[in-house]
Write a protein that binds this ligand. Structure first.
Ligand code: SAM
Length: 283
């Protein structure tokens, strides 16, 4: 058999989701390139499989060294299976450059498809599934995170993000500030014992997660896209409207009016109003 790369998906939390074809592929391949060899050994053991394949680590830190070796193996006729710790390789996981390397060398790439958190989350979310965009992890830096949310604000399709429990509340709060009261879903621990899917407008999700003392597990956030006719207000629009209202009424009432008009969060408008009223020179 000529050499090739096989992209093999593994479960995202429920071992029974490992496909027969995926298990056979790992048994029959020459080399398994794993994100973490210990995790893949455990997967093989749990699924009652024994593999004579050589397990080698392949991740962001050793990719530059390992890639040429794996490509040389494929060129020499070996079958290499690529797996990540959970889900579908390449989806916020290693593999993209290896696949490119195969194409550049004219090597065949095949897939054993299977579970992946973004699609699993989309199917249970109750958000439109005809058009969606998967946007990976939000950047940890606040400014970059805000910019990433602003980038997708005009898209009229469901947006899917990966998130960590530690950052969930901050991200939901930023989303509320920028996207207003859009319908959203937090899908946590999918296919596992403590699976939960919470669907509510963004401000309600913020309120719910503020109440949680501790939060664990793996999380996908999904947010509804821009609706037909939905007006998107940028900061300049909001400032102009606020300025008018601040001339007419108290800060509190002005904030209330603008929140109602824009659907943006009270926190954002209040902050802006405070900045503006402080900046207004005395008469
Ligand atoms: N390649 C994987 C896939 O196809 O699902 C995703 C890998 S990415 C490094 C890991 C992230 O996926 C987690 O931080 C979480 O956001 C999401 N995730 C993975 N498993 C999940 C699950 N069972 N439930 C909810 N989210 C999950």
């Amino acid at each position: 058999m000529s050499g090739r790369l096989m992209i093999v998906s593994t479960p995202i939390g429920n071992i029974s989701d490992f496909s027969k074809r995926g298990a056979c592929a790992l048994e029959e391949t020459d080399i398994i390139a794993c994100e973490d060899t210990r995790v893949t050994r455990k997967l093989l053991a749990l699924s009652g499989r024994t593999s004579t394949a050589k397990l080698v680590p392949y991740h962001d830190h050793n990719g530059a060294t390992m890639r040429p070796r794996l490509l040389a193996d494929i060129g020499a006729g070996k079958v290499v299976a690529l797996v990540s710790d959970a889900g579908t390789p390449l989806i916020s996981d290693p593999g993209y450059k290896l696949v490119v390397g195969c194409h550049d060398n004219g090597f065949k790439v095949t897939a054993v498809p299977g579970p992946s958190a973004p699609l699993t989350a989309l199917t249970v979310s109750g958000l439109p599934s005809d058009k969606f965009v998967f946007a990976g992890f939000l950047p940890p830096n606040k400014k970059a995170c805000e910019a990433a949310i602003r980038d997708i604000r005009d898209l009229s399709m469901t947006i899917i993000w990966f998130e960590t429990p530690q950052r969930l509340l901050k991200s939901l709060t930023l989303m509320t500030d920028i996207l207003g009261a859009r319908l959203a879903v937090v899908a946590r621990e999918l296919t596992k014992m403590h699976e939960e899917v919470i669907r509510a407008p963004l401000p309600e999700l913020v309120a719910q997660f503020q109440e949680r003392k501790s939060l664990k597990g793996e999380i996908v956030i999904l947010v509804d896209g821009r609706q037909n006719g939905e007006t998107i207000f940028d900061e300049i629009d909001v400032k102009i409207m606020l300025q008018k209202e601040l001339h007419r009424q108290s800060l509190r009432d002005a904030v209330k009016v603008i929140v109602e008009r824009t659907g943006l969060s009270k926190r954002t408008i209040y902050q802006l109003a405070l900045e503006m009223s402080n900046a207004t020179p005395p008469e």
